[in-house]
Design a protein around this ligand. Structure first.
Ligand code: AMP
Ligand code: MN
Ligand code: MN
Ligand code: MN
Length: 293
């Protein structure tokens, strides 16, 4: 690696999950990399939703500035009636199986966006599809975050969080059920592309204890290897809970801001908690010279 880390591999400022305008982040891929560098990140993965279109641009800027960078993706999965996110790290972003899988996942988004817009219209909110599209720089990737931004910009709600609570989560008027990828398919695409599969922000899923156990059983059986213990979406208690799970299930641990933009994200790039000291960092498998540490 380029940056010698005082304190060894574990002390590296790794941030292995964030978003650009290629999905629902606010910054272009290049700007994500520059912000990460300014914040002291030493190893970065860009992980846009269901899309690797920003990887080459981000990798170029990272290389020009000597930042260690790994290609990533965050795949939307349906499991036990809930949407689960599986991050892939260290993927070959040209792998045909991965690209075909991601295209298939993205292909449902347009119809879903139309249905969301129609559902919002029923509660008196007109023109939400055009509004969301205005915020989506990638027309193939209109997300609920883009709808939320439009509803804030048009004065319907004060902030994105409130839009989600009132309109965009299950049981609310703008929520539309959607079938994403199967868990085994997502893990399989990531592995086919030479990557490591990671369960993203596990504390955010509304799963029973039994279903959470089944999620990890099936994830591990499919070849999944890591879990986000430190996430911008986790409280300290949640971090400790999933540190315990990583130990019990023998999973590698990831550290990730899930940064989307300073307006929306509680944790900035590279500003997450350190990993608990006894966990094996997932980046021990991502850095070419990691074995030397
Ligand atoms: P989608 O993939 O279209 O279902 O959109 C999911 C995205 O919406 C997530 O990746 C977050 O960026 C955002 N999101 C989901 N839930 C919330 C929430 N409660 N508050 C703010 N943003 C959220
Ligand atoms: Mn997002
Ligand atoms: Mn996510
Ligand atoms: Mn994310």
């Amino acid at each position: 690696m380029n940056v010698p880390a005082a304190g060894g591999l574990r002390a590296i400022n790794a941030d292995l999950h964030c978003h650009s305008t290629v999905s629902d982040g606010w910054l272009e891929p290049e700007a994500v990399v520059l912000r990460a560098i300014a914040n002291g990140v030493q190893l970065l993965a860009l992980t846009d939703h269901d899309e690797v279109g920003g990887i080459d641009a981000a990798a170029d800027v990272a290389r020009a500035h000597g930042l260690d960078f790994v290609a990533g993706v965050e795949i939307s999965v349906s499991f036990a009636g809930e949407t689960i996110h599986i991050v892939g790290l260290g993927i070959d972003n040209r792998n045909p199986l991965l690209l075909k899988g991601l295209e298939q996942v993205r292909s449902g988004r347009d119809a879903r966006a139309r249905q969301m817009s129609a559902a919002l219209e029923k509660v008196g909110i007109r023109g939400a599809l055009d509004g969301a599209r205005h915020f989506a720089r990638n027309p193939a990737l209109v997300s609920r975050a883009h709808f939320a931004r439009h509803l804030v910009a048009s004065g319907v709600m004060p902030d994105v969080r409130t839009v989600f609570d009132h309109y965009l989560v299950r049981g609310k008027p703008g929520f539309v059920e959607h079938e994403w990828a199967a868990l085994e398919d997502a893990v399989g695409w990531i592995r086919a592309a030479g990557g490591i599969a990671v369960v993203a922000h596990p504390a955010r899923y509304r799963l029973s204890a039994d279903n959470l156990k089944r999620l990890f059983d099936r994830f591990i059986a499919a070849g999944g290897e890591a879990v986000e213990v430190v996430s911008g979406a986790h409280t300290d208690d949640e971090m400790r809970r999933f540190a315990t799970l990583a130990r019990q299930r023998g999973l590698l641990a990831s550290r990730a801001s899930d940064f989307h933009g300073e307006q929306e994200s509680p944790v900035d790039l590279g500003r997450c908690n350190p990993l608990p000291a006894d966990l094996e960092p997932v980046w021990s498998r991502l850095l070419p010279t990691a074995a030397a540490h």
